[in-house]
Write a protein that binds this ligand. Structure first.
Ligand code: NAD
Length: 416
């Protein structure tokens, strides 16, 4: 089953639970994307050759506001994946309470095979080709898998350059360097939010992070920050992985030293402070907290019965398939769903958007305070609905989101 089919299946389950609360055509409408855009980029790379690259953008639903969602750069990204991720963004923005709809972009290239120069050329080519679809009142991108703060700086520069201005009216892209209008703490916001939701979930069960064991899949923006914050909060991170391999240290990995190793070598493997681990064994290690923070579809019907974590915190988007979700639930393993758990990034993107619109200057302390408060508030809200309706946290989160989006569609009225 594809990522899009998983996302739609999750939505269909929610729509069934909410049956009768809105007319069926509202549920049908918000299942479909508003716009699907396909582009062919033709950047001139440093070897002197033009390379044709497929790029995609989906604006899923704009009832609550302009579409918000990152740019994924991976070799195998498809328009269907981008549609699934845009749909997830619709639910995430509604749940975390920011005035945005869901959107997403994809560029079908392996970033690890590009030099820094060629990546800049490619990202600028994307910004030019997509410029009519990127606007503070239409769609505002951000980093996602394979793209970074630096890329967002290049997007801002390409847009201001084409407008013949030093700055833009309003915010065209979030997750950019602080010097260019970014907010302090955006880069760490997703991982920080993941850890705040984990802390709140453990507290709700009378447990705490100090002394707990954790396993993190993926050591990029989300995974590395999550691992660092878990360790800083007193947890023992006993295993991590990236696309190249996995490593473990039952006494706890030194995450600061590992991050320095990754900065120097580009991969977690080869780190002297841990031993090798088969990547397929990572997700089934016994631990208190398992954080899939890499790709979609990692916990499946094939391995869910072997997961030995007490809590699964979805740092990545869509890491658990619906069948796996059922298996984990039946086994009493709590899953903190992606639309809640990794929503810290989009919440802080919203702070960046308002800062740039109002020409304000937010401090890191402001950002951290507002992020912590919002993540904890929304966790409490989702937990209360889960208890009231006797459903898993994912279903409760989805019910809150879908209801909010459906209400917004109804409030606007049905013209189109
Ligand atoms: P990234 O490109 O910075 O890092 C991805 C990491 O995952 C890398 O370490 C890579 O080597 C590893 N990886 C990829 N496939 C893997 C696999 N099969 N097994 C093990 N490791 C693998 O990306 P990111 O921004 O950290 O995003 C990771 C996930 O989090 C994605 O699902 C993304 O959509 C989601 N997410 C990101 C943000 C954000 O702010 N960056 C916000 C919300 C959700």
């Amino acid at each position: 089953m594809s990522m899009l089919q998983h996302t739609q299946q999750q939505y269909d389950r929610t729509a069934a639970l909410l049956e009768g609360t809105f007319p069926p055509e509202i549920f049908a409408k918000i299942r479909e994307p508003h716009e699907r855009i396909e582009m062919t980029l033709s950047p001139l790379l440093s070897d002197g050759r033009v390379r044709l690259v497929r790029a995609f953008m989906v604006h899923h639903n704009e009832a609550l506001g302009p579409c918000k969602g990152g740019i994924r750069m991976t070799a195998d990204v498809t328009i269907e994946d981008v549609q699934a991720l845009a749909m997830e963004m619709t639910w995430k923005c509604a749940l975390i309470g920011v005035p945005f709809g869901g959107g997403k972009s994809g560029i079908a290239v392996a970033p690890e095979k590009l030099s820094a120069h060629d990546k800049e050329v490619l990202i600028r080519s994307f910004a030019r080709n997509a410029s009519r679809h990127i606007h503070p009142l239409l769609y505002v991108p951000a980093p996602d898998m394979g793209t970074t703060e630096r890329d967002m700086g290049h997007i801002k520069d390409t847009i201001t350059y084409s407008q013949g201005q030093a700055a833009t009216h309003g915010c065209y892209v979030t997750g950019k360097p602080v010097l260019l209008g970014g907010v302090p703490g955006r880069r760490e916001a997703t991982g920080r939010g993941v850890v705040q939701v984990i802390e709140a979930a453990l507290e709700a069960e009378g447990r705490a992070l100090p002394g707990a064991t954790a396993v993190v899949q993926g050591f990029g923006n989300v995974g590395a920050v999550t691992a660092q914050m878990l360790a800083a909060a007193g947890a023992r991170v006993i295993a991590v992985s990236d696309i190249y391999g996995a490593l473990t240290n039952p006494r706890g990995l030194d995450i600061g030293a590992l991050a320095a190793h990754v900065a120097a070598t580009g991969r977690v493997t080869g780190f002297a402070g841990g031993g090798p681990l088969a990547p397929e064994d990572l997700l089934t290690l016994p631990c208190d907290v398992l954080v899939p923070a890499a790709a979609a579809g990692q916990i499946t019907a094939g391995n869910a019965a072997a997961v030995r974590a007490r809590l699964v915190a979805e740092g990545a988007n869509g890491p658990t398939t619906p069948e796996a979700d059922d298996i984990l639930h039946a086994r009493g393993i709590t899953v903190l769903p992606d639309i809640l758990c990794n929503a810290g990034g989009v919440f802080v993107s919203y702070l960046e958007y308002t800062q740039e619109t109002q020409k304000e200057q937010m401090t890191e302390a402001d950002v951290l305070r507002r992020l912590a408060q919002r993540m904890r508030d929304r966790f409490a809200q989702v937990r209360a609905v889960a208890a009231e309706r006797n459903v898993p946290l994912r279903q409760a989160a989805m019910m809150l989101s879908v209801r909010t989006v459906a209400e917004a569609v109804m409030a606007r009225g049905l013209l189109s």
